[in-house]
Design a protein around this ligand. Structure first.
Ligand code: SF4
Length: 341
């Protein structure tokens, strides 16, 4: 789904200026002096049936953002609008109906599945919590769900440790779709899997999306992984989104210097094709003491004086390749280009 199509239909999910600041306790008396600004003013939207990829290095705040949207965390500030309703301040009981619509798939299926429960119980549990159906109906529903994710019905009596990593992720997916959700937050769902298994799980997610009209927020640290699955991709750095574009725009004409370095790191399958890799120097700064001005200025190969003092805003810039299309990028380079033209 293109940006224009998303704008034409009201988004299923809209996040407005979301912040999640964790207090940092210091000293003998464990006083709060500083805050970890894990998510620091993120705005994004996802349309029905759309996949938004969310990419950034470890520690950039992408998983925290996913957990704020699923309301596993209470955001510090900002709004999470689901079908137009702000769910960011709802209490546990008020969130119950939305728990049916918003589900999560986690990175490590072994940790997210309770090893003492059978697969049958693990997949049935969301239905039990929401008090849906009779016991016989739920048992039948569990068999259907296992079939949908490619596992045999006899799996119901077995335990998570009896399955491989890929099979365990299939169980996690069966559990996530049990309540017929509209949005699934996929938090690095293939990062812990072998490459051959990764593509099987990605294909399964694509098939389920088509069949069940699901929307995904697909979180990954590897741009190559989200390339095939995402309609649009948001790039996150140190708690902020620095660029959003369609997959094609991003891979063929990345705008932000950080996005360019990520795209340059994607391996090319053709050994004869040369690709110049842009390796970033230095480490990601701490979100407890973020740099002044542009948060990327300590590592940016194109840093200017202005970048050290003034924070760039996420503004629509024209695509260098496509001319008229506009997409949001936060970088002074594009502000300079605009004022010069
Ligand atoms: Fe680099 Fe400056 Fe752009 Fe930040 S604003 S990405 S430091 S050029």
């Amino acid at each position: 789904m293109s940006d224009a199509q998303v704008r034409a239909n009201p988004p299923l999910l809209e996040v407005r200026d979301l912040k999640m600041h964790f207090p940092v306790k210091e000293g003998v008396f464990m006083r709060t002096g500083k805050y970890n600004r894990a998510v620091d003013g993120v705005s994004l939207h996802i349309g029905a049936g759309e996949t938004l990829g969310l990419v950034g290095e470890s520690g950039c705040g992408k998983s925290t953002l996913g957990r704020c949207i699923a309301r596993l965390y209470q955001p510090t500030a900002g709004q999470v609008l689901f079908e137009g309703n702000d769910i960011s301040r709802l209490r546990r009981k008020q969130m119950m109906p939305y728990r049916r619509d918003i589900q999560m798939i986690f990175q490590d299926p072994m940790e997210s599945l309770n090893s003492r429960h059978t697969i049958g119980y693990i997949v049935e549990e969301p239905l039990l919590i929401q008090r849906i159906g009779t016991s016989a109906w739920r048992k039948q529903r569990v068999r259907e769900l296992l079939d949908l994710v490619g596992l045999p019905a006899r799996s119901v009596t077995r335990y998570p440790f009896e399955f491989s990593g890929g099979q365990r992720q299939r169980i996690g997916i069966a559990r996530a779709i049990a309540l017929n959700p509209k949005l699934i937050i996929c938090d690095e769902p293939v990062s812990a899997l072998d490459v051959s298994i990764q593509s099987q799980i990605l294909n399964l997610l694509v098939d389920l999306q088509r069949e069940l009209n699901l929307s995904y927020l697909f979180i990954a640290h590897d741009l190559a992984v989200v390339k095939h699955i995402s309609d649009r991709v948001a790039i996150m750095y140190l708690g902020k989104v620095v660029e959003t574009a369609t997959g094609e725009e991003l891979y063929h004409s990345p705008a932000h210097p950080y996005t360019r370095s990520l795209v340059s790191a994607i391996p090319v399958p053709d050994p004869h094709q040369q690709k110049q890799r842009q390796v970033l120097s230095g480490d990601v700064p701490s979100p407890i003491n973020p740099p002044t001005g542009c948060s990327f200025h300590t590592r940016c190969p194109r840093v200017m004086e202005q970048c050290r003092e003034q924070e760039p805003q996420l503004i629509a810039v024209s695509d260098p390749e496509q001319g008229v299309r506009h997409r949001p990028v936060s970088c002074h380079l594009f502000e300079a280009d605009r004022s010069a033209s």
